[in-house]
Write a protein that binds this ligand. Structure first.
Ligand SMILES: [Zn+2]
Length: 420
């Protein structure tokens, strides 16, 4: 299947992925169908933009050959990333994560002789600035124009480019090889995974390392994080297929650590050559134990997701039936998947609160709910607040202590329906 642009039908904006991104095989089985969704990070500035909003199928396939889970359609990255409204620096939880990551990597890779650190998809420079403070030479590569501009204005040199072999060669020729290449939350977005990894291998100095963080499929399955599936997230990583993808790209998986961000991720360290740590062995055995190499596990998961949807929609409908008002908090991408998949729109929810100024005043993709600032909770309080950024629940509860003090209630939809 190929979809084309409505304004320019000659332009292909999405294509079907026929072969597995890791093993190249064609033995893929669809296990999760979330329907046709809009681009969840494409916040709409006007009702007119809402009328032309494209929608794409959102389906996840499991590879019976190598256990890699992946989307069935790939939306053109130029459509997805030209402007991007996710600013890393807005979330305090994410800032604290950047602090901890820079401290731990800084200790491991040293700050003597101004090591060269390159970050791929460096966003607004949230992490890069911490490496710079530690005396590293830094360079960001960021495809979103608005974010690259912000980073450069803040004194963090950033190329406004997609990562590629050509960019890696250019960086190496101008700056020398890198001690450390970092990529947080980007690998899942990459269509041509092997070219991407080969380009990283080509930039590393002999003792250097590629450290990347990706959401971990184990958490996705165990905690029913189906709402973290959206068109930008092409791959859903287990360690087993990752070992293979790295090896075939000239890298060796050295270590993997689990940690809590974006619903549970792994930080993977790869080097040009290395033996896997004991932790890698432990995680590989865990994936096996959980049945994550078996198709039946995924089909069971899909049935569970359908049940969650039914329960949430029934609960919100019942609240509405009692004449209560409902708003949502956290106009996140995942929240958008949840609302669109469950068909929760203006009939149930009045507005969505978000603390990112760039999102306020816009319409939430697909469901077209107005995005407003936190002040609205004071001037026009709902009875229930649906928490869409459930991975930042503690932060959201702190942010809304006034609302809570006045008797406001919360609905947390995932991993299972809770009312606070
Ligand atoms: Zn495969």
């Amino acid at each position: 299947m190929i979809l084309v642009s409505r304004s320019d039908p000659s332009k292909e904006i999405c294509r079907s992925a026929a072969a597995c991104r890791v093993c190249g095989g064609g033995d893929l089985v669809r296990f999760l169908d979330l329907g046709e969704l809009p681009l969840v990070n494409r916040y709409l500035s006007s009702p007119a933009a809402a009328r032309d909003e494209p929608r794409f199928p959102l389906e996840i396939f499991f590879c019976r050959t190598c256990s890699m889970s992946q989307l069935g359609v790939v939306v053109d990255p130029r459509v997805l990333y030209a402007e991007y409204d996710y600013h890393s620096s807005v979330s305090k939880t994410f800032q604290a994560h950047c602090d901890a990551m820079a401290a731990s990597l800084g200790a491991e890779f040293g700050s003597a002789n101004q090591p060269f650190v390159v970050e791929i998809a460096s966003n607004d420079g949230c992490l890069l600035t911490r490496f710079k403070e530690r005396g590293c030479r830094v360079l960001g590569v960021e495809p979103a124009r608005n974010l690259a501009r912000l980073a450069n204005a803040a004194g963090l040199p950033t190329l406004n480019e997609f990562w590629s072999g050509e960019i890696a060669r250019r960086i190496r020729a101008e700056h020398g090889p890198a001690r450390l290449v970092v990529a947080t939350n980007v690998l899942a977005h990459v269509d041509d995974l092997r070219s991407f990894l080969r380009a990283v291998a080509g930039l590393l100095e002999p003792g250097g390392a590629f450290v990347f963080e990706v959401p971990y499929m184990v958490n996705f399955m165990n905690r029913a994080e189906f709402d973290t599936a959206y068109h930008e997230h092409l791959s859903y990583f287990l360690l087993r297929p990752l070992v293979r993808a790295l090896r075939e790209s000239g890298l060796a998986l050295a270590d993997a650590q689990e940690f809590e961000i974006h619903g549970g991720s792994i930080r993977v360290t790869a080097r040009l050559s290395a033996a896997p740590s004991a932790n890698v062995g432990r995680l590989l055995a865990w994936e096996e134990e959980l049945g994550l190499h078996e198709e039946a596990t995924y089909l069971r998961f899909a049935r569970h997701v359908a049940t969650l949807k039914e329960e949430l929609v029934a609960f919100l409908g019942a609240i509405k039936g009692r004449g209560k008002r409902l708003a949502a908090y956290g106009a996140s991408a995942k929240g958008n998947v949840l609302l669109n998949y469950c068909g929760i729109g203006r009939d149930l929810v009045d507005y969505v609160v978000d603390d990112t100024p760039a999102k306020q005043g816009k319409l939430y993709p697909g469901v077209h709910l107005p995005i407003v600032s936190r002040d609205r909770l004071r001037s026009d309080p709902p009875d229930y607040l649906l928490l869409l950024a459930w991975n930042f629940v503690d932060e959201l509860l702190r942010n809304t202590s006034d609302y809570r003090a006045r008797g406001g209630r919360y609905v947390v939809p995932i991993p299972s329906l809770r009312v606070l």
